[in-house]
Design a protein around this ligand. Structure first.
Ligand code: 2AM
Length: 171
């Protein structure tokens, strides 16, 4: 099972991100993320077996995460695989501390793959034809959060869809 830990946007923010995805798609093409799939990955865990997934679910439910507020105020792109995203202009210390804490707790649970550098981002497009974000509107959005989710990425011929396995602070 391919799993990751993520923040899921509150409904009003999801709607705003969806509008931005539409604008970006009109300009850059590619594959727009479905509204229901918009998220911020905190840690990509990769492939784990079912026993590990159950244990990770228990751990996630036991987590209390400090409430935070992430400012989204920039567009960005990754060359491969043609990702257009929105994220923060400045580093966000509480978000980075949360990401570090998660990896500190994942390592003893047998999960590797801690990234050298964490770039918090919300993917809006994949396989964009043009990685050009000039001309897209300025952004200033706030993402209040107090919960993270353990999510299963299920891939089939239609692409990936996501299923939440556990939420923090909800035993
Ligand atoms: P992306 O949006 O930048 O592609 C589910 O696939 C989530 O995990 C996505 O947010 C994706 O990031 C991220 N992800 C997928 N593969 C990854 C990898 N090898 N390393 C880090 N993050 C990855």
């Amino acid at each position: 099972m391919r799993l990751f830990l993520a923040l899921v946007p509150p409904p009003a923010l999801r709607a705003r991100l969806a509008e931005l995805a539409d604008l970006a798609h009109a300009r850059c093409g590619g594959r727009r993320m479905p509204d229901a799939s918009l998220h911020l990955t905190l840690a990509f865990l990769g492939e784990v077996d079912e026993v590990q997934a159950v244990a990770l679910g228990g751990w996630v439910r036991s987590l209390e995460i400090p409430p935070g507020d992430w400012r989204l105020d920039r567009w960005g792109t990754f060359q491969r695989p043609g990702i257009v995203w929105v994220g923060g202009r400045h580093p966000d210390p509480p978000l980075e501390a949360l990401q570090r804490r998660l990896w500190d707790e994942l390592a003893p649970r047998g999960i590797g793959g801690r990234p050298g550098r964490y770039i918090p981002h919300v993917t809006l497009l994949r396989h964009a034809h043009a990685l050009e974000t000039d001309g897209l509107p300025d952004i200033r959005l706030d993402w209040p959060y107090n919960q993270l989710e353990l999510i299963h990425s299920i891939t089939d011929h239609r692409g990936a869809r996501y299923a939440t396995l556990a939420r923090s602070g909800s035993p």
